[in-house]
Design a protein around this ligand. Structure first.
Ligand code: G3H
Ligand code: 13P
Ligand code: NA
Ligand code: ZN
Length: 305
């Protein structure tokens, strides 16, 4: 069923597990996300960025909503990184049940003001809201605390922000970054900061940049002719730990991009004569499903719906 973000994330926060928020850009990605959730009895969030809305528009939003409504597990349709009040309201008009307003690159006061107006409008329509405070970006473990503090989320500021905005869930900067290159070795994530913020705030916390970029997938990408550098993601164990202390929404896009491309590359390489789209996108959907299943296991959402 199609539900709001709060319907999914409040129980996750209380139950100390995470729910995957997977980005979609087409039907096959959407099917992989929701059908895997159904098979594993897991709640799930399907999110569309402004780029996804530009690409798939109302057609794609309707596909998500239709599959979600027919699913027997809770599914939310979320706007990822909404850049303005207008963008958030447009998503609500399109039928989204959760929106992010990301004014984190503005000053604290401007972030508060912009988030507040989205929260007021969205709440009037029964829609839940995510906002962000701090700056995403990889940090090295050895970096001194002062430098980390410059862009990672300050716990006291997070409390003030939630007080002043009444936002439903909060994305915090803890050292993760978007994309396939999150650092070297095992990318650092600031667990102590999550614990601190989790103690001060009872609302669900959000981790962006949470793809695992599994070595097995990057190797298959290379083996099938793809070119990729020293790609590395967030370790499963680090995400599992984060979900015990308040992270409830875990954003994943890169892993599905890689998985779908691996599926397509492998079939095209193995069968140069193939041109039936179902034989090409079908395997891609299967590789994505395996990645999603693994992630849901790591986060602990399996069997929660
Ligand atoms: O955080 C960014 C997401 O991975 C979405 O990316 O804006 O290219 O759709 P996109
Ligand atoms: P990844 O690039 O790690 O998949 O993060 C996606 C994300 O945070 C979307 O908002
Ligand atoms: Na988001
Ligand atoms: Zn993000």
């Amino acid at each position: 069923m199609l539900v709001t973000g709060n319907d999914i994330l409040i129980p996750a926060r209380e139950g100390k597990y995470g729910v995957g928020a997977f980005n979609t850009n087409n039907m096959e990605i959407t099917q992989a996300i929701i059908h895997t959730a159904e098979r594993l009895r897991s709640p799930v969030i399907v999110q569309m960025s402004e780029g996804a809305i530009k690409y798939g528009g109302q057609d794609l939003a309707n596909i998500v909503k239709d599959i979600a409504e027919r699913a027997t597990v809770p599914v939310a349709l979320h706007l990822d990184h909404g850049s303005s009040y207008a963008s958030a309201l447009n998503a609500i008009k399109m039928g989204f049940t959760s929106v992010m307003i990301d004014a984190s690159h503005h000053s604290f006061d401007e972030n508060v003001a912009e988030t507040r107006r989205v929260v007021e409008a969205a709440h009037a329509m029964g829609i839940s809201v995510e906002a962000e405070i701090g700056r995403l970006g990889g940090v090295e473990e050895h970096v001194v605390v002062d430098e980390k503090d410059a862009f990672l989320t300050d716990p006291e500021e997070a409390v003030a922000f939630v007080d002043q905005t009444n936002v439903d869930y909060l994305a915090i900067a803890i050292g993760t970054s978007h994309g396939a290159y999150k650092g070297k070795g095992r990318p650092y994530i600031d667990q102590a900061r999550i614990v601190k913020i989790g103690e001060l705030l009872g609302i669900p916390l959000v981790a962006h940049g949470s793809s695992g970029v599994p070595a097995e997938i990057t190797q298959r990408f290379r083996d099938s002719g793809g070119e990729i550098g020293e790609a590395v993601g967030i370790a499963d164990e680090d995400l599992r730990e984060a979900c015990k202390h308040g992270i409830a929404k875990v954003n994943v896009d890169t892993d599905l991009r890689l998985a779908s491309t691996v599926g397509i590359r492998e079939i095209l390489k193995a069968s140069p004569k193939e041109f039936d789209p179902r034989k090409i996108f079908g395997p891609a959907r299967e590789v994505m499903s395996q990645i999603i299943e693994h992630k849901m296991g790591v986060l602990g959402s399996v069997g929660k719906a």
